[in-house]
Design a protein around this ligand. Structure first.
Ligand SMILES: *Cc1c(COP(=O)(O)O)cnc(C)c1O
Length: 390
């Protein structure tokens, strides 16, 4: 398929074909892992296909970046060594000391640490606002000074929903850009650029890679001038993804659609099971009618994702017990892989925010529902909850 044809195709077709055509010399259907730092030039400056040095560009990375751009419906994609490396490059590309940012009041911990502990000493200022509260975001924007409005939706671990279209127009009215961390939804469920966002951020470590075997990050943008600034900084700062990592991430990306549908199918079954369980006091999932972000999520997401949070009746001890007793759900941090994970945010991913406004309930459990057989997942939760209620 020609790339022009591919970019108009459906999601799964783009996931499999965008960014790469079989190698003209060998016919290789899959982009080879170009383990090379440099490229032979045909006379000084005579680059073959623009390749000069692998920090600047590498064909394995080019293929991944093309696929990411096609799936997020952006102009250009950029692959980085981690989600935080992508975020750091984004911050230094689009802000300078003295600038102000609005960030989610429940931002991913690593994002908050980067902005607060690295960005602030460098000269940035930030104001937190709940992404689900348009008035709070509007009040936090300082027209003229605010350069980025940074949103995650759904957020972690409480799965709050921000209205991307409304937040984009708020940001643009104030002369700022809207950044959306799309890690939790993935481009299969939500395409922020099509809703007016300017930059999409990914930890490709999660659903995009999808197999818990590689750490990576990405940025996708729709404006060519923004793309140029980010492209310059990607090369100037050098936090690029290596060819082996790009290969793994790209291999994962090809099955994103089928994996996400199974993640969602299983999550829906888990939600239904937990909702009826006497030892569960609350289930948090944007697909539930009673979730405060349900209407917005229904508008901007195809389905509601694979992350489910819930609270148990027996307090923190009970929650810790459930985490310890689950067997098919592996106790661990991270999310978005084919295997189901369970964690206690209060003691694990969110331990560093204990005692602050970002503190999460002690009886809260977060599940990253994988793509195993649903009945096995339900039986495991049944067993873990029973044992935990002694
Ligand atoms: C994991 C994660 C990040 C950070 O990505 P790394 O690949 O771990 O650097 C950023 N945002 C969200 C929502 C994440 O889940």
């Amino acid at each position: 398929m020609t790339q022009e044809h591919t970019n108009k195709a459906g999601f799964e077709t783009r996931a499999i074909h965008a960014g790469y055509e079989p190698d003209p010399m060998t016919g290789a259907v899959i982009p080879p892992i170009y383990a090379t730092s440099t490229y032979k030039q045909d006379g000084v400056g005579g680059l073959r296909g623009g390749y000069e040095y692998s920090r600047s560009a590498n064909p394995t990375r080019t293929a991944l970046e093309g696929a990411l751009a096609a799936l997020e419906e952006g102009e250009r994609g950029f692959a980085f060594a981690s989600g935080l490396a992508a975020e750091d490059t984004l911050l230094r590309s689009l802000t300078k000391p003295g600038d102000h940012l609005v960030i989610p009041d429940d931002a991913y911990g690593g994002t908050f640490r980067l902005i607060d502990k690295v960005g602030v000493p460098w000269g940035l200022e930030h104001s937190p606002a709940a992404v689900s509260d348009v008035d709070a975001v509007r009040a936090a924007i300082q027209p003229g000074r605010t350069k980025l409005v940074w949103v995650e939706t759904p957020t972690n671990p409480l799965l709050n929903i921000g209205d991307i279209e409304t937040l984009a127009s708020l940001a643009h009215d104030a002369g700022a850009l809207l950044v959306v961390d799309n890690t939790f939804a993935s481009p299969y469920l939500q395409t922020p650029l099509a809703l007016g966002a300017d930059v999409v951020v990914h930890s490709t470590t999660k659903y995009v890679g999808g197999h818990s075997d590689v750490v990576g990050g990405a940025l996708v943008v729709r404006d060519l001038e923004v793309a140029e600034r980010i492209g310059f900084h990607q090369n100037a700062m050098g936090a690029v993804a290596g060819p082996f990592d790009c290969f793994l991430t790209h291999r994962g990306l090809k099955t994103l659609g089928v994996r996400m549908d199974r993640h969602c199918d299983n999550a829906e079954q888990v939600v239904e099971f937990l909702t009826r369980h006497p030892q569960v006091s609350e289930v948090i999932y944007p697909g539930l009618d009673e979730h405060p972000g349900h209407a917005v999520a229904s508008r901007q997401m195809k389905r509601y994702g694979g992350i489910v949070s819930f609270r148990v009746t027996g307090g923190e001890e009970h929650a810790l017990d459930v985490c310890a007793r689950a067997e098919v759900f592996t106790l661990g941090e991270s999310l978005g892989g084919v295997e189901s994970l369970i964690e206690h945010p209060g003691r694990m991913t969110h331990a560093s925010v204990a005692g602050t406004d970002l503190e999460v309930p002690a009886d809260l459990i977060r599940l990253s529902v994988g793509i195993e057989t649903a009945d096995d997942l339900l039986a495991d939760l049944e067993h873990a909850l029973e044992a935990g209620s002694r």
